[in-house]
Design a protein around this ligand. Structure first.
Ligand SMILES: [Ca+2]
Ligand SMILES: [Ca+2]
Ligand SMILES: [Ca+2]
Ligand SMILES: [Zn+2]
Length: 252
């Protein structure tokens, strides 16, 4: 080793200059590329529940019901906030009440509400479960190009709703039978039996039984029959122009 090499080595040893141990530079490690950040996926669930197109905050109350009831100051609901179910059915369909009732939007997705002799927003107050059931059935029927025609549910607050004996606690829903011509007008089986679409009406009843906690169905069994497994269907007088679906009381 020459004196020059000795001095250089000693210098490097003393100052620890990077890259000059001895007389040869140490290769630097190649930089590791930063991994790509994971793609941003919008959340599908929140503390409120599962977000859906028709329920943008996932609280189980559709945007349609929240917007309608908030705009008319029927209930303090927002589509961007987790709201609890305000509805509380009590008693029975023949002697009951409905506190915190929600009003059914009249033009829904796959359903319309018809008034009969009542005025707007007078006859279509229900439990949240009832309104959600109607909306779910409507969405299903729309895929079959059917439109559900919904009539009376309950009065605001429930209670006696003439001329009905029941419809008192937001769990009863009246429906028109489906017409072959698909028009949203009344159909009385005594007057226009040829206009009745048995297959389409069966589809409606099947959808309710599949999607909702149906307790009992009343129709005019003198004129129509459609057995549905495990679901009691009874005759009730005065039902030649509508079917009547009663839901189980919601679990609150
Ligand atoms: Ca909602
Ligand atoms: Ca909400
Ligand atoms: Ca309404
Ligand atoms: Zn009824």
């Amino acid at each position: 080793m020459t004196p020059t090499m000795l001095i250089r080595g000693l210098f490097c040893f003393l100052v620890c200059a990077p890259g000059c141990v001895g007389s040869r530079p140490v290769p630097r490690p190649a930089p590791v590329p930063e991994p790509d950040p994971p793609p941003t996926v919008p959340p599908t669930t929140t503390a409120c529940g599962r977000l859906k197109l028709f329920d943008s905050d996932g609280d189980g109350i559709s945007n349609s019901v929240e917007d309608t009831n908030a705009a008319r100051r029927y209930a303090d609901l927002q589509t961007g906030r987790c709201d609890p179910d305000p509805t509380r059915p009590t008693g029975t369909p023949h002697s009951g009440q409905l506190s915190g009732a929600l009003n059914l939007p009249d033009d829904g997705d796959g359903y319309v509400h018809f008034l009969g002799s009542d005025s707007a927003d007078q006859d279509d107050w229900g439990s949240l479960q009832t309104l959600t059931c109607i909306e779910q059935v409507g969405r299903q029927l729309r895929e079959n190009n059917l439109l559900l025609n919904v009539g009376d549910i309950s009065l605001r607050g429930g209670g006696h709703f003439p001329p009905h004996a029941s419809h008192q606690n937001g769990l009863d829903i009246d429906l028109r039978y489906i017409r072959k011509d698909r028009r949203s007008v009344p159909l009385d089986l005594r007057i226009e039996p040829q206009a009745y679409d048995a297959d389409a009406t069966k589809l409606v009843m099947d959808a309710f039984v599949k999607l909702c906690p149906v307790h009992i169905i009343f129709v005019d069994t003198d004129r129509i029959q459609f057995p549905i497994e495990d679901t009691p269907i009874f005759h009730a007088n005065g039902h030649s122009n509508h079917a009547h679906i009663r839901l189980e009381a919601p679990q609150l």
